[in-house]
Design a protein around this ligand. Structure first.
Ligand code: GLN
Length: 188
């Protein structure tokens, strides 16, 4: 969370934390950070934020999900806990903790042509993978072996990894362009 704030600050944006409906109503876009997707699911339902977030996403609010954030954006999970729900919106199936217990975390660099012509730095921490990409979503990041680790569907961007812990800001910059486009088209 702190790293997302610092990355956005370095790009000239001052984000606010969203914990209440009131705060949600005042933001133009949302970053859903890593953490534990089952906890994000439980807490957002408990505090009646889940449905309003789903509604805003469906209305076109730009949203960037990293790691657990990607899990929250997936339309379906191949191994969610029995009562686990997601906000959805991104036409993908995600598998949680897909790199297994032995590979708890690793850093690498990956090709992400929509973001930059040079590879981006990516840290994977108990990361999910995108097992299936439906027709409404587009692959935007893959590991060298072809594993899909990023997808976009219009206003919704989900990536398996954490760019912000590697000091990588180009994905956030790309996201801010999506936000600017969305704000521009709503004012037209
Ligand atoms: N494994 C976590 C989950 O299932 C995600 C880990 C992370 O966000 N770094 O939500």
């Amino acid at each position: 969370m702190r790293e997302h704030v610092e990355t956005l600050n370095s790009l000239g944006v001052n984000p606010v934390e969203v914990r209440t409906l009131e705060q949600l109503a005042h933001v133009d876009a949302l970053v859903i950070p890593g953490g534990e997707s089952t906890v994000i699911d439980k807490l957002t339902r408990l505090f009646d934020l889940a449905d309003p977030i789903k509604k805003r996403i469906a209305e076109g609010m730009p949203v960037l999900g990293t790691c657990a954030g990607l899990i929250m954006l997936a339309d379906s999970l191949s191994d969610g806990t029995s009562d686990q729900q997601t906000f959805g919106g991104l036409d993908v199936t995600v598998r949680r903790n897909a790199f297994g217990a032995q590979v708890d975390s690793f850093e690498t660099s990956i090709e992400m042509p929509v973001v930059s012509s040079t590879p981006v730095a990516a840290t994977f921490i108990r990361a999910p993978i995108i097992e299936h990409v439906g027709p409404r979503a587009t692959v935007i990041a893959q590991l060298a072996d072809g594993t899909v680790v990023g997808a976009q569907q219009d206003n919704i961007i989900g990536i398996s990894f954490h760019p912000e812990v590697s000091g990588e800001s180009r994905i956030h910059k790309y996201f801010l362009n999506v936000v600017a486009d969305a704000l521009g088209s709503s004012e037209r």
